[in-house]
Write a protein that binds this ligand. Structure first.
Ligand SMILES: *Cc1c(COP(=O)(O)O)cnc(C)c1O
Length: 849
């Protein structure tokens, strides 16, 4: 029968249950397991059915269940306890305040821009690692009290959910997520309406952007939404989904995030009486246009482009996330010109000359606009996300800093980390707390009480986590086969899929070529023998999504799934569809070994392996990303590097090493049991991995590093540059230096003592033509070291030279020499100014001709 009409019925929470709404609205519940259990316990089935989304669940509760809960004193007490805990958390005095109290640094405030934020499954504005990292950054910033506001996009459809066809081919589905289903609130303006910012496109149309706000503990996350009825259809669709669409769609998203994001965060601060952000952190190049907008605002106030750029640079932090040139975001230059140029007097950033914008994103190919170059040219502070990634980035971007050695390219590194309370199962969280002397979170260094939990206890916890993964994997495999069209009668075998006692290898990540999902399939027979070994059986649990447009990736997935489907191994190699943060949480915890086999050095950092460490899962990895700086046989296994061979040989060699280590080292260690059935050495390895590696890969350590190494210094240079009189004078100085630079020369370099002995010093003196600059404008340095066969200086030392006479152009220094042997030396000249963070940042260096 058809409905004559319909009504929407809402749930009313009685006053005793009102705190449920408060708890649901602050995403802190997502990293406090007792709060999550409180929600889940209301109705397990409903909780799962609504995607573990408390907002939707509370709205869907039948009145009878509401009445039951309100009459349940134990539930009401637990709720009261959680509500009090949240309010105490929000009010407490945290690390940042203690660290900066009474100093000028207290005033530093950071706007953190990212295309995605992975905080919980129920806020679907992420696709993978970059988003999860950004989510962990905000969560740890909240724990530490760091003054950050996140800025991102609210996607109508988020990212796709993944299922498989009968043939094992990836199927994508996009569900709509209306804001009323999400833990977001409209940002309200002074009149009580939802706050808006707008962008005027040069095609004469104006884009309206609505502002939403999510609460991540103490950290607000601003989300921009173009899906408004008053926008034309094509503009409404800008924030439709993550990483979908063509270049035009992408540049519009990046303009909304960058230009719209700056306007939004400024409006938000104004409306809420908060400090205006003083530091702008661009998490990857996607938000690079934010710098263009900020330059535009200063130019609208009458500043020159150079002054505005200097002020913006002083307060911008740029983090690069890919060591693969093909991974860098680049636009057709015409596309950028079309959006940022002017037409009929209309422009998006009215006061910035287009030619200057194009210079900021210039690269080798004149037809391209490079968002990483834009980020680097806009930021006086830049970093990669692991030590090796720092090295690779300095090489990759060396061209932007001509004349200096790769080591001096001003791109540092801060190794990624993961948010412990989000990624550690409650039982392992208690282990970590015990190892940390009973304190709630890691403070610093190592967790000094690794023995606090006994071997038997640790092994028992590991077994429970593995069993829980097996249980979930069986459910997921059953659901996946049903979705693939199998009948229940065919699925009896699923009861025996995986074994809770078997050595379990986890592998889950975005399916992209360099991560080599199918490396393990190089020798299928050998893999099958390892899996089926009667004494030391092994099982794999695998997950990952391929980008919808990546046919190669989908093929790899299909290959793997089909291999798993072959009789004989389908009970020991399973693929779990729809990898997301919830699956990740159980996969990293329940596996014994986390396998990571990217092509070195293409994995910038990787974070899933860090989550594994926190849960006592051991690392088995190529020496790449974060593991490259922590690789140690005492805490994991490393697949030896085979650089310098062709791709096929490399894959074959590395797969061979993978099988060898798995078969001859990992499996024997796992199955070596004492009389209690305990793998004593394995457990000791787990203990070392957790206590030694754990604290180094905590997001708390990462955020503290960002604060002390980048945010506070950027806050200081921003304060200096906010005195625009000083910044104008720097900009004028910079113009003079660039004009004079062609005339700067190192005319001669002399070592006065030609036969020095070790233990003495050598006086170097250099005559420098300053081209009209003063001695204060330049930094003159002697570079000494041992020359190699090509005359390149090795193990260099750099010492500053001083004018021999006041105002003269001869510079001298006495260099103490310790080591006997060949001593090479040279002299270099660079501009010097208090506004420069690194002498290399201008790319002006003069060496002897
Ligand atoms: C942690 C995580 C990632 C990132 O893992 P990598 O090791 O960096 O590839 C991707 N997706 C999800 C859902 C995650 O939880």
């Amino acid at each position: 029968m058809k409905a004559y009409d319909s009504l929407s019925v809402s749930t009313v929470l009685p006053p005793e249950l009102a705190p449920l709404r408060t708890l649901a609205k602050n995403l802190r519940w997502s990293w406090r397991s007792s709060a999550e259990r409180l929600f889940a316990g209301i109705d397990e089935q409903l909780w799962r059915a609504c995607g573990r989304n408390p907002i939707v669940m509370l709205r869907s509760l039948p009145a009878s269940r509401v009445a039951e809960l309100a009459a349940d004193p134990e539930f009401v007490a637990r709720l009261g306890h959680e509500a009090e805990d949240l309010s105490a958390y929000l009010d407490s005095d945290r690390w940042f305040h203690k660290h900066t109290r009474g100093t000028a640094d207290e005033a530093t405030s950071v706007a953190y821009f990212s295309m995605e934020f992975g905080i919980t499954e129920s806020l679907p504005v992420y696709s993978g690692g970059l988003g999860v990292l950004a989510g962990d950054h905000l969560k740890s910033a909240s724990d530490l009290g760091a003054p950050i506001i996140g800025v991102g996009l609210l996607y109508t459809y988020g990212y796709f959910s993944q299922t498989l066809s009968r043939e094992g081919w990836q199927q994508e589905a996009y569900a709509e997520h209306p804001p009323k289903d999400l833990a977001v609130d409209p940002v309200l303006d002074a009149s009580g309406a939802q706050s808006r910012v707008s962008l005027a496109f040069p095609d004469g149309r104006t884009l309206e952007i609505a502002l939403w706000e999510a609460q991540v503990g103490t950290v607000p996350l601003l989300l921009l939404d173009t899906n408004l009825p008053e926008n034309p259809e094509d503009l409404r669709a800008i924030t439709d989904r993550l990483y979908g669409g063509d270049a035009e769609h992408r540049i519009r998203q990046e303009l909304v995030l960058g230009v719209g994001g700056v306007r939004a965060v400024q409006a938000y601060a104004e409306l809420n009486g908060r400090r205006q952000p003083t530091v702008f952190h661009l998490n990857e190049g996607h938000a690079g246009f934010s710098g263009v907008e900020r330059i535009g605002q200063l130019m609208a106030g009458g500043e020159t482009f150079e002054t505005a750029l200097a002020a913006v640079r002083s307060s911008t932090v740029f983090t690069t996330h890919t060591p693969v040139p093909a991974g860098i975001d680049r636009f057709d230059a015409h596309l950028v010109q079309r959006y940022l140029g002017s037409s009929g007097g209309l422009t998006l950033v009215p006061d910035v000359p287009l030619a200057r914008i194009m210079e900021l994103g210039a690269e080798d190919d004149p037809g391209r606009f490079n968002m990483a170059h834009l980020g680097l040219r806009l930021a006086q502070y830049a970093n990669g996300v692991a030590k090796l990634h720092g090295v690779v980035s300095r090489g990759m971007f060396a061209k932007l800093y001509p004349g200096v050695a790769a080591e001096e390219v001003p791109i540092g590194s801060i190794t990624n980390g993961v948010h412990i309370p989000s990624w550690t199962r409650p039982s392992m969280l208690r282990v970590i707390e015990a190892m940390n002397g009973g304190r709630e979170l890691a403070t610093s260094g190592t967790w000094n009480h690794p023995e606090a939990v006994g071997a038997e206890e640790l092994w028992r916890i590991r077994g429970e986590l593995r069993a829980e993964l097996v249980r979930r994997a069986r459910e997921s495999v059953r659901a996946s086969w049903q979705a693939r069209g199998a009948q229940d009668a065919e699925l009896g075998w699923i009861r025996d899929v995986l074994d809770p006692e078997r050595l379990t290898i986890g592998f889950a990540r975005r399916v992209s070529t360099y991560k080599r999902l199918t490396l393990m399939l190089q020798d299928r027979d050998r893999l099958a023998r390892i899996l089926n070994n009667p004494d030391r059986p092994v099982q794999f649990v695998i997950a990952g999504k391929a980008h919808p447009a990546d046919m190669g990736g989908k093929q790899l997935l299909q290959e793997l799934v089909n291999f798993a489907d072959e009789a004989g191994v389908r009970d020991r190699i399973v693929f779990l569809p729809d990898y997301n943060v919830t699956i990740a949480k159980h996969l990293v915890a329940g596996s014994d070994v986390w396998l990571n086999n990217p092509v070195r050095p293409q994995e910038a950092s990787g974070t899933s392996g860090m989550k594994a460490v926190m849960n006592g899962c051991l690392t088995f990895s190529i020496s790449d990303g974060w593991w490259d700086e922590m690789a140690d046989d005492a805490v994991g296994w490393t697949i030896p590097d085979t650089s310098g061979v062709d791709e096929r040989t490399r894959d074959a060699l590395e797969a061979g090493a993978l099988y060898d280590i798995l078969e001859h080292e990992i499996a024997p260690l796992f199955y070596a049991r004492d009389e209690r059935g305990l793998p004593v050495e394995w457990v000791e390895k787990v203990r070392r991995s957790v206590s030694v590696v754990g604290p180094k890969v905590a997001a708390e350590r990462m955020v503290r590093d960002y604060v002390t190494d980048l945010y506070l210094p950027a806050g200081r240079s921003a304060r200096v540059a906010s005195d625009l009189v000083a910044t104008r004078s720097f900009a004028t100085w910079l113009g003079d230096v660039r004009a004079a630079w062609p005339g700067v020369r190192v005319e001669s370099v002399v070592a006065e003592n030609r036969e020095p002995k070790a233990g003495e010093s050598v006086r170097l003196s250099a005559r420098v033509e300053l081209g009209g600059l003063s001695t204060d404008d330049v930094l003159v340095e002697a570079v000494v070291g041992a020359p190699d066969a090509e005359g390149e200086l090795q193990s260099t030392r750099i010492v500053e030279m001083r004018p021999a006479h006041e105002g003269g152009s001869t510079f001298v220094v006495d260099v103490p020499i310790d080591e006997p042997g060949l001593l090479g030396y040279t002299v270099r000249v660079q501009p010097r100014h208090a506004f420069l963070q690194a002498s290399a940042e201008l790319g002006l260096v003069r060496l002897p001709a």
